[in-house]
Write a protein that binds this ligand. Structure first.
Ligand code: DAK
Length: 250
């Protein structure tokens, strides 16, 4: 059993899955992501679980993909595809930071509950790259082009209240209510007819799938193009070296 992903069962049909790398603000390493996907797929197939809440800790849901492993992000591709094709309904319970891949993970869930003072953003631009797992596609659909552009190009963050106001989160609640409220929603989901929930979930995803899929492939290609640039190397090296980056535009 892995301890970077902890699974609890607060109710018969509801699982609570915790990201547990507190020292790196739950940065999504390859190992953490793989364990998360395995945990979710196991729950989806156990015949008992009808909804899963995904959460982190008080400081962070997840501060993004693990920047130390960033250049080798390729192995995560298959993992993201597996997250997006999960049949099990999921609810993101976001306390603290949901940045970059952390926000993309939260947006991959069917519902999102956030703390009023949570911080949600796509700061990849500050590393010389751009979102690579839905940040330009799902975020734009959720909050609209105007705000998504500010978030993706300028790195603007939203707090939890703003995230609710702009339709990114279903509900913003005081921090200590985030997980309990997400569990309440999961219990409500668990009472719904499971097959209909799965089919409806898929239909909602399909409502923009054709162009979303094409958009995600474009985004992925663009992301890898950027990862080869001097600015991306500089942005990543600056983060690791704890200094300010100098952009060359190459
Ligand atoms: N990766 C690795 N380590 C991280 C991290 C991250 N994303 N975020 C934080 N940490 C680590 C810090 O390095 C620090 O480690 P130590 O120095 O203690 O060893 C520890 O967590 C605590 O962080 P700080 O000391 O920096 O804490 P502060 O409160 O001062 O600052 C912060 C919090 C969140 C503002 C800051 O840590 C920060 O700016 N973190 C980076 C946030 C970020 O840029 N996130 C986006 C990463 S890029 C793709 C799929 C996904 C992605 C791309 C492609 N494909 C499928 C193609 C995703 C990309 C991303 O998410």
């Amino acid at each position: 059993m892995s301890d970077i992903i902890l699974t609890e069962r607060p109710h018969e049909h509801v699982a609570l899955v915790r990201l547990n790398r507190p020292k790196s603000l739950n940065a999504i390493s390859n190992e953490l992501f793989e364990q998360l996907v395995i945990a979710l797929e196991t729950l989806a197939a156990d015949g008992v679980t009808r909804a899963a809440v995904i959460t982190g800790d008080a400081r962070a849901f997840a501060a993004g993909a693990d920047i130390a492993e960033f250049a080798a992000a390729r192995p995560q591709l298959e993992m993201w595809d597996r997250v997006w094709s999960l049949e099990l309904p999921t609810i993101a319970a976001v306390n603290g930071l949901a940045l970059g891949g952390g926000l993309e993970l939260a947006m991959s869930c069917d519902l999102m509950v956030v703390a009023e003072d949570a911080r949600l953003g796509q700061p990849e631009i500050n590393l010389g790259v751009m979102p690579g797992a839905g940040g330009t596609q799902r975020l734009t659909r959720a909050v609209g082009k105007t705000l998504a552009t500010e978030m993706v190009l300028l790195g603007r963050e939203l707090n939890g209240r703003e995230a609710e106001l702009h339709g990114l989160a279903n509900r913003a609640v005081p921090a200590e209510r985030v997980v309990p409220f997400a569990i309440e929603l999961a219990r409500a989901l668990a009472k719904q007819p499971p097959h209909a929930v799965r089919v409806a979930k898929r239909a909602i995803a399909r409502s923009f799938e054709g162009s979303l899929h094409a958009g995600l492939l474009d985004e992925r290609q663009a992301f890898y193009g950027l990862l080869q640039t001097e600015d991306a190397r500089e942005g990543i090296a600056a983060f690791v070296g704890k200094r300010k980056p100098t952009w060359s535009g190459r």
